[in-house]
Ligand binder design. Structure first.
Ligand code: NIG
Ligand code: FE
Length: 408
């Protein structure tokens, strides 16, 4: 199957064949290379050739698409989601409106424990159907690669069930999918007074089984006051490394917890959330390969402070943006909406936001060799937008879908 797209107003996020871009950082984040009035040829799902319409070759494609007035760009790479879950938590949403905090709801046995209860009552087939619907929805909004976490099982069978569902999504769709074991998301009720007992269960039973079946690529921990301490996190990540699971962790969402520092120390692929980031966290990130991943959708939905994106970028670091799609703190995986939030609330330029959710998102899932830019030989997972005057129109036109078609 080959596709030729012609008359593209702007082919955005292109990368020359000789480049080997893994991440875009600092001042470079404002640069989003483009070819105006362009064409691109896709063959068997791979970018075969592209260039300017001034010298478009004769190509006999199975499908030719006229993209007059439209932008073609890499599909979004959403490197942090909890897309597999059983049911919504709209009741807690109302509780928060009426004054309860996210942490208070969690202390009362709601929050993640509420999701765990519902997940363990839901059979695998139903869980798969729900999750597939969500995945199809985010694809229609431009997502082409996604990371999916466990963390609502909080027991061997529940965690395995979530990760099997994620694996099935990977097998049955054309979306690039990576998975993370997040058994260390909260303490199940029966371990409330025996926290080390649950950590031992993760290390001695859940992790070996999950790794043994190849169900997870990464190891995640919710490193936060009232959840998993820095020492617990280090122990869990060390255990993950023994099974080849690189860390990708929840850090510094609600407090200056030391999560960023332990993530860097443990060579995490990414540290995610980062509402609470100051000079010490930025210093720790400098010179590391750990991607600072910002989740402004969760800050928006919880009504907490936004991440200091400018401070991080202006320190020369890269920034990645991901949705955090989950039923508690961010029940949306819409990357276009996230882009609007990043621009309006984090003061990121549209180009910075796009780099953060394409090439840097790909890097945060180790997919940078296959996705994230439009480059010869990379996978052709692309967005064709609706006609628009400029790419800045996408985050400007917030709440509307600017994506006309997603090619996977
Ligand atoms: O990334 N912060 C921890 N975990 C999720 C939310 C989980 C939930 O509330 O269900 C997050 O925000
Ligand atoms: Fe999360």
């Amino acid at each position: 199957m080959s596709i030729l797209i012609v008359n593209i107003k702007s082919l955005l996020g292109v990368e020359a064949a000789h480049e080997a871009k893994r991440v875009v950082a600092g001042a470079d984040m404002k640069l989003l290379p483009e070819i105006n009035n362009a064409w691109v040829h896709i063959d068997n799902g791979i970018v075969k050739a592209f260039g300017s319409m001034e010298n478009v070759p004769e190509i006999n494609a199975d499908e030719t698409i006229d993209a007059t007035g439209k932008i073609v760009m890499p599909a979004f790479c959403d490197s942090h989601t909890h897309l597999v879950f059983a049911k919504s938590r709209h009741g807690e949403f109302v509780d928060r409106i009426n004054g309860l905090s996210y942490e208070e709801i969690a202390r009362r046995g709601g929050g993640i424990l509420n999701s765990a209860r519902m997940l363990n009552e839901t059979d695998e087939a139903e869980l798969f159907d729900n999750s597939l619907q969500r995945l199809e929805q985010v694809v229609s909004q431009g997502t082409g690669a996604i990371e999916i976490k466990s963390g609502y099982g909080l027991c061997l069978e529940g965690e395995m069930k979530m990760l099997r569902v994620a694996r099935k999504l990977k097998e049955q769709t054309k979306v690039a999918i990576k998975t993370s074991l997040l058994a260390a998301h909260a303490y199940p009720l029966e371990y409330k007074e025996n926290k080390q007992g649950y950590i031992n269960l993760i290390i001695n039973e859940i992790l070996p089984k999950v790794a043994g079946e190849g169900l997870a690529d990464y190891m995640d921990v919710f490193c936060e006051q009232g959840f998993f301490s820095v020492d617990d996190t280090e122990r869990l990540l060390e255990a993950g490394w023994k099974y080849g699971l690189k860390p990708k962790i929840h850090a510094n969402q609600l407090h200056y917890s030391g999560g960023v520092q332990v993530g860097v120390k443990m060579n995490a692929l990414s540290v995610d959330h980062l509402e609470c980031v100051g000079d010490a966290e930025i210093e720790a990130l400098k010179g590391s390969n750990t991607m600072p991943t910002l989740l402004p959708g969760a800050a928006f939905f919880l009504g907490i402070q936004y991440q200091p994106a400018r401070k991080i970028i202006d320190a020369g670091l890269p920034v990645c943006l991901a949705s955090d799609y989950n039923p508690g703190s961010c029940p949306s995986g819409n990357m276009q909406l996230l882009m609007s939030l990043a621009c309006t609330q984090l003061k990121m330029n549209p180009e910075e936001a796009i780099n953060a959710m394409t090439i840097n998102g790909a890097a945060a899932m180790e997919l940078d060799k296959e996705m994230g830019t439009i480059k010869l030989g990379k996978k052709a997972k692309l967005i064709i937008t609706k006609p628009m005057p400029h790419i800045a129109f996408m985050p400007y036109d917030y709440g509307n879908n600017s994506v006309e078609r997603v090619i996977l």
